[in-house]
Design a protein. Sequence first.
Length: 181
Amino acid sequence: MVGLLSRWPKFQSRPKVVGPSSVVNELTAVWALRGPEEGESSWLSHRRRVGNRAELYSFQRERSEAQDPSAIAWVSKDSDRLGWDIEDRTKTPYRRIEVKGSGGESPVFFLSENEWRQASIHGANYEVQFWGNIDLHREEPSEYASLRAVGFPIVVSNICDKIASGEWVATPVQWRIAPTP
C-alpha cells in the first residue's frame, strides 16, 4: 500500500504516513468497503441492493457526523437478527438505527415483527432512517450527496410513539394463518 501511495505528490511515509486529502478521503469513505456486486436480476435482488445502498448511506452519514467514527457499527453486516442495522455506540444506551430504502420518494416502508418489537423495547433509542429516490445506476458518492442535499434521510425517532400519537400510521399487510391447535 505504501508503495502505491508513494506515487502521489505530497506523500510521505515518515515520521507518519501523510498523503493528499483527496486520497485520504477516498480511502476512509465507506464506498471503499464495498466489494463488487453480483449480477442478479430478480425483484428481490433489486430490493436487497436498494436496502444495502440505503444502509451504506446511513453508515456514511453517521460516521461523518460522529466525533469518533469507529463508534458507529454497521451491525447488520454481521447479523440481520438484531432488528436494526447500525449502532451509534457514542451514547449510552446505544442508538439503534433501522434503515429503509426505496426507489420512490414517499416514506412508505415495512417493519418486520422483530424490528417492531425492538422499536417498542428501545423507544427513544431506536430510529428509522428512510432513503428515497435511490437509483442503482447512479454512482454512490454523487447520489449520496444529491440525496443529502434534498433532505434524505427522513429520520423517524421513537416510531412507536409517533404511531400512537397519529403522526404516522401502521397498517397490517400480512397475516399468518394456521389451523387451531
